[in-house]
Design a protein around this ligand. Structure first.
Ligand SMILES: NC(=O)c1ccc[n+]([C@@H]2O[C@H](COP(=O)([O-])OP(=O)(O)OC[C@H]3O[C@@H](n4cnc5c(N)ncnc54)[C@H](O)[C@@H]3O)[C@@H](O)[C@H]2O)c1
Length: 262
């Protein structure tokens, strides 16, 4: 990967206009990667790091993915990595009220979109000598919250991460996941402001007593793309401020130092 970075090869980031995707794109650019930033509208302005290429890309559109892959090949851009960060959130709608069209759309973006992008860019990664794919899943990967399409889609992506690692390992491609906890992106902030998420509870249920910053998710993605993670594949790293460790402790007792009403 170091040689590929030096050669100016790129890492493709989907959902790079969003809170986490944009943080990842900027972190990879600071780390010396050429970044191909993609989102529904091609990222621009503050979302786009210096020297990055920008493409509009709907990850649910197979033809659009093929077009971007072809355009990069035509421009002679080598691809060393892919970060599947595009994602759709949902409200905590009761199961019996869920709409099948919305469930399908969430799977189409959060699950099939990541699979389709990996299938489209893996040949170029392998052709250039190998590299890495990072799927942005969620704490829902292992601990389903009442999000009846989002949670199973992220769990499926977590399972697919290990399966892809098995098939792509012989091609020199590592495949891992970063599973963010509640991360203070504009999308989560809007849900908190609308009363759809309880900020105090999200903080107090995490071992570190706080939410996650987008840059902290980006740091884990950057690590998994780097040579330092050269022997890591098929793994998932939670970046959750310890939410998975302690979110269920409320059923037993308050944690040390936890204050009433926090
Ligand atoms: N913020 C959190 O608390 C949190 C927690 C766990 C996992 N995640 C995951 O992290 C990723 C980024 O989340 P975020 O908080 O930055 O949200 P965000 O809404 O800021 O970013 C998501 C981005 O995905 C893009 N997107 C949506 N549909 C798309 C499509 N069909 N094709 C291409 N791009 C599309 C959006 O335009 C947006 O820019 C998502 O996969 C999300 O599920 C976020």
């Amino acid at each position: 990967m170091t040689a590929r970075k030096t050669a100016g090869d790129a890492v493709v980031v989907t959902g790079a206009g969003g809170g986490i995707g944009s943080a990842i794109a900027h972190r990879l650019a600071r780390d010396g990667w050429r970044v191909v930033a993609t989102d529904l509208a091609g990222p621009k302005g503050a979302a786009l790091p210096a020297r990055a290429l920008s493409f509009p890309l709907d990850v649910a559109d197979r033809a659009a993915i093929a077009t971007v892959a072809r355009a990069l090949a035509d421009e002679g851009v080598g691809i060393a990595g892919l970060v599947n960060a595009a994602g759709l959130f949902q409200d905590a709608t009761p199961f019996l009220e869920m709409d099948l069209a919305l469930e399908r759309r969430i799977f189409e973006v959060n699950y099939f979109g990541a699979l389709a992008c990996t299938r489209a860019f893996a040949p170029a990664i392998a052709a250039g000598g190998g590299g890495a794919v990072v799927n942005i899943t969620s704490i829902n990967e292992t601990r389903p919250l009442p999000l009846h399409a989002y949670a199973p889609a992220k769990a499926a992506l977590g399972a697919a991460t290990t399966l892809m690692a098995g098939d792509l390992g012989p091609l020199g491609i590592r495949v891992n996941a970063v599973a963010p906890g509640f991360t203070l992106t504009p999308t989560l902030k809007a849900k908190i402001d609308a009363g759809l998420r309880d900020a105090g509870a999200l903080e107090s249920h995490a071992a570190l007593g706080r939410m996650v910053e987008p840059d902290e998710v980006a740091a884990a993605a950057s690590f998994l793309l780097s040579d330092d993670a050269g022997a890591i594949t098929g793994a998932s790293i939670p970046v959750d401020a310890g939410w998975l460790a302690t979110s269920h402790w409320m059923n037993f007792r308050k944690r040390t130092g936890e204050k009433d009403g926090r």
